[in-house]
Design a protein. Structure first.
Length: 177
């Protein structure tokens, strides 16, 4: 990571995540009753918990509405959750206003065209490895991992590292008797 990107990462106070293709593998799995199921990565979840413990706020803005996503977001303790919104920029601005953070203190992790708007506004736009080419072109950083396979955790660890918080969080997970 170059010095300019490391500096930008060190300023991040909030990470905004897309869901389908970022927190999940992008697949829509249907059960026999036609209900949609989604696959989440447990390591991403632990990364989100580490981020929260370090004071990095997490927000989720997704174009779809899903009971599975709502359950996962609730389970992870993410309070900034917006679903059913294709135009994500007004919600991004609302998050900035409500949190008091500047857009330059926000990072956004996306994968598809619906993520272009917020990615063009934040301090650190990021894309997952399997993102659409146009989204990768907007991103200042592309994860090595694909959405649903640890990309969220990877992005969080880069932010925590740049902020000097990664080692502290690692130490917290080394339980003693």
């Amino acid at each position: 990571m170059n010095d300019a990107l490391k500096l930008a990462f060190s300023r991040i106070r909030m990470l905004i995540l897309d869901v389908d293709g970022v927190m999940t593998d992008g697949g829509l799995y249907y059960d026999s009753q036609g209900r949609i199921m989604k696959r989440f990565n447990v390591q991403d979840g632990l990364g989100i918990k580490a981020a929260q413990a370090a004071g990095l706020e997490i927000a989720v803005i997704t174009g779809l509405s899903s009971a599975a996503v709502e359950s996962r977001v609730t389970e992870l303790g993410i309070t900034h959750y917006f679903h059913g919104h294709i135009n994500k920029v007004p919600l991004l601005k609302r998050l900035a206003e409500d949190s008091g953070y500047g857009l330059d203190e926000m990072a956004y992790l996306g994968d598809d065209w619906v993520d272009a708007g917020p990615m063009l506004k934040v301090g650190v736009p990021m894309a997952v490895a399997n993102a659409q080419p146009e989204i990768k072109n907007i991103a200042r950083m592309v994860t090595e991992k694909s959405g649903g396979y640890g990309a969220v955790r990877e992005a969080i660890m880069l932010i925590l590292e740049a902020r000097g918080l990664r080692e502290e969080q690692w130490q917290k997970w080394q339980f003693d008797d």
